[in-house]
Ligand binder design. Sequence first.
Ligand code: DMJ
Length: 629
Amino acid sequence: KKWKQLSRLQRSIILFLFAALVVCGVISYTSVGEPWKSLTNKSLDDQRTQPEIPGLKLANPAVLPAPQKADANLGDHPELSPQKLPKPPHVRRGPSNLQIKAPRRDVRLKTRHDTSRVVEEPVQADKEEKTEKSVISWRGAVIEPDQSTEPPSSKIKEPEKPSSVEAEDQKEPVPINERQIAVIEAFRHAWKGYKDFAWGHDELKPLSKSYSEWFGLGLTLIDALDTMWILGLKEEFEEARKWVANDLVFDKNVDVNLFESTIRILGGLLSTYHLSGDSLFLEKAKDIGNRLMPAFKTPSKIPYSDVNIGRGTAHPPRWTSDSTVAEVTSIQLEFRELSRLTGDEKFQKAVDEVMKHVHTLSGKNDGLVPMFINTNSGQFTHLGVYTLGARADSYYEYLLKQWIQGGKKENELLEDYMRAIEGVKKHLLQRSQPKKLTFVGELAHGHFSAKMDHLVCFLPGTLALGAHNGLTADHMKLAEALIETCYQMYAQVETGLSPEIVHFNLHAQKGHKDVEIKPADRHNLLRPETVESLFYMYRFTGDKKYQDWGWEILQNFNKYTRVPTGGYTSINNVQNPSNPEPRDKMESFFLGETLKYMFLLFSDDIDLINLDKYVFNTEAHPLPIWVPA
Ligand code: DMJ
């Protein structure tokens, strides 16, 4: 009745107000019912949930996805956690984190003992993409970051995000296979020994169930960090991370070898930082990097071999003022990367100066370098002896790898590398009898020696990497010939394991193989070089024989070097299968390199450390390639 009494205008106003109220109500209901709409407007920091690992730092809060609980439905293998599907970030800064990607599926082992089956678990991609939660995750490992990390500053130009990353994010990850599972099992066995008897110490002595110290810095643990990440061993990684956070102290009155601590500790920390995005590792890398710098305070700026990292003093070995050529020229990848990450140019400057100086030195023989260099004069010493083995090996490796790391612009490095390979062809290559294996010998004052260190077996992999990066196809041919030789260094021996050094027969003799072994050389230290090269060869050719050769080697390591109570041991005699004479030592590179390269060799996933994005240091720690702008 009252409504009818109202004028037309009054009725219209009331209707309008009512309509407005209805519209407002709908809007406010929508924003409560679909919380992601309002979340997207919040800052990333507001969206973060509490991290599970205290102190785990996020490398770059601005661009990495926020953490999410990742422990639902872990099944038999909580360590191989299912990965959630983070929305791929479109901009990446700071550490490359090129391996932090958004897999569309997770791979889990079905049971601990059933090694023959691998189960793929579909991830509800669409559903999860709608949530704003995500994890820093990569392969099997899922690590939840802390909120409070400063992004690493970088005055030096940062690498661009490789163009393939977006496409790669859409790819299905490749399931791990039986052979990779066998590597995980071997790693766990080695780790058990280290954990039970040598935790926090440098090396495991698996037979005496104790340890040895070299620098007293938990060398094996640090060397193994990125291997655990790559193998997806989350629990082991977290436990080791805790040790790094709470117990790794560099302020110690100890002498360390500059080269060994750079490639194993600095390299290991940097690569773990890149893979995990956890700034703890960058902080530790900065600390050790700074403490190693006194080594460069020499009259020639060629670094001393040893540094006291607590006192800040450095010195050459007691008996000489020489340093080893390989040692002073194989620390560059790590120090250059440290400069890029910290913005502090002093690290790169120091190591670049060494390379520039060595580039100009006389005493080379068609690009081949002597083994020693004097820290006072800066000149090569002990001229006339040339090898690709001990004391020179990684000089050649790092020429190529620095060139790749720097975006293939530093021509002097490439020139020196190309010249050196020509030098190898001209002076050091020969063929053995009866199998006509191509091998790399040594030259001493004009005399050729048919001696080849197992260390030289890095070369096929390096040659293949060069060819992959556009260098001459000849290098690939040579790589193919040399990897066959390295394999024969295993296959022609009674245990199927290579000795430290072989001598090749240059003349056919009845009943003699190509490979001869002297009693002093018949030990095996669980070295990685052949497996490393097999990995490169398989990546670049897809020829399964390289995987099969690596598989044979793994089985022989298991047969002759595995210690039942945990760990693997170096052996003294590869020629005696009934008593290989265990030496009671597991070198850190067995976990840092040998098992990592095994796992990668058996993988068919080229994005499992993509070689167009990463370059491995000489201790198998992957560092990002800086892509030119
Ligand atoms: C490792 O420390 C490195 O690979 C180095 O370049 C050579 N020696 C060992 C492994 O054999």
